[in-house]
Each structure stands twice: as structure tokens, then as C-alpha cells.
Design a protein around this ligand. Sequence first.
Ligand SMILES: Nc1ncnc2c1ncn2[C@@H]1O[C@H](COP(=O)(O)OP(=O)(O)OP(=O)(O)O)[C@@H](O)[C@H]1O
Length: 232
Amino acid sequence: MNILEIEKLSKKFVLHLRGGLNLPILRHIQLSVAAGECVALVGASGSGKSSLLRTIYGNYRAESGAIRLRNGLSMVDILQSSPREIIALRRQVMAYASQFLRVIPRVSTLDLVAQPLADQGIDTQTAMERATEILLELNLPQHLHALPPATFSGGEQQRVNLARAFVGQHPLILLDEPTASLDGRNATAVKNKILQAKKTGRAVLAAFHDPDFIAQVADRQYSIPSFSEPVP
Ligand SMILES: Nc1ncnc2c1ncn2[C@@H]1O[C@H](COP(=O)(O)OP(=O)(O)OP(=O)(O)O)[C@@H](O)[C@H]1O
């Protein structure tokens, strides 16, 4: 059962500060991700992996194509959804961990990680317990949980982001270079979370660079078509 279906997606950036210059980024993307599957997005630096993930998450618009996401029994096209509908899909259907954490000042790490559960209607005590558990699984020790992550290291912030993506029950998890700032031990913790997510029937689409990591977690790869390739 497909959780995500992308059909003939094309996207360009329009650079208004450069006189409306068009910068084509994605062309004819055809991709689906099924429940329980991890698909690795691969491609050269600058090929558009992050842009594709952000477009799926509703941060960017695209000129043509469709991005359909399973919401219960129906498939919903993100590109046709209103901002309000996209916010609802982010709460229930898709989680996203970018490479960088956007920190909200004064909010503790524990509250940040418990928030997606509260958004899914989980009671506060259970949300706090699950948030604590996942932070420990990602090697973030208890003494950090009460602190806002603003002063955390890059790798610690990345793991807070990942904890927020994995903690809920979203059927689709989007990950942008989830091990970019991590050492071997922490990369293993992320690998375990991806494998566990797959076992519970969640779909994972992730941009990766490391072929060894891809071999350990991904069922297949999708290479972003370059602009020198003919359109199929
Ligand atoms: N908001 C934006 N406005 C204009 N151009 C952008 C914007 N975001 C990305 N780009 C351009 O789109 C291209 C693709 O960038 P993107 O970050 O998606 O690539 P990537 O494959 O994720 O790269 P990397 O592997 O280095 O992270 C780049 O040339 C980048 O400069």
C-alpha cells in the first residue's frame, strides 16, 4: 500500500531579486513509497534532494505534477491543499526532520519532542514518557531534557529534530541527511529508529550520502533525474 505517490513533478525557483530568473530544479519526478519501506533519495550535491523533501512537506509549491499522500482511505494531493490542510497533514500524516533545528527560544527539549504527540491527542503524561524514552534512545542524556536546545551541539540538535520526527505515529517520515552531523554510535541509533519505523509499517523517504548507511536501511534508491537526461 503506497503512502506517498509522486507523479510527473516539476519545480523551478523564480529568483525575484534576479529579475525573475527561472532556476529549474526538479523535472519529471516519479516516485512512490509504500508502508514499511525506506527509499533513499540520492543524487549529486545540489541535485534537489532537500528541495524535493521540502516540496513534499508543503514548504514549496511546484508548477506541475502531483504529490499524493495517504490520509486514511483517501489520497490527498499536497500541491492542491490549502495551508490549513497542510498543517493538519503535518500533524497526522507526515513528519519531517530537516538538517537544521529551528529552535524556539525557552521551550525545553522535552516539550519540543512531546509536542507532536500532544498534537496527535496523546495525554501529557504519556507524551512526556515517550519523549523521554526516544531522547534516551537517541543518546541525549536526561540532564539535557529540561534545557532548550539552542546551545546544543550540531549533532545534539540534529537528534532532537529526529526525535520529533520519529516520536509520533505519522505514516510518512521525511529525513534530510539524518546522519550528517553524527558519529558512528549516534548513526547506529538513527539506523535502529528507521528499522523500527519500517517494522511498524511507516514509510521513510530520506536523503542520504553514505552508501554504507543506505545499504543498511534502504529497500531501494531513487536518483533525482539530472537535467542532462532525456525526459522519459
Ligand atoms: N529557496 C531557494 N531559492 C533558490 N534556489 C534554491 C532554493 N533552495 C535551493 N535552491 C537551489 O536548488 C538547488 C538544489 O538544492 P538542494 O538543497 O535541494 O540540493 P541537495 O541535492 O539537497 O544538495 P546537498 O546534497 O548539497 O544538500 C541548488 O542549486 C540550490 O542552490
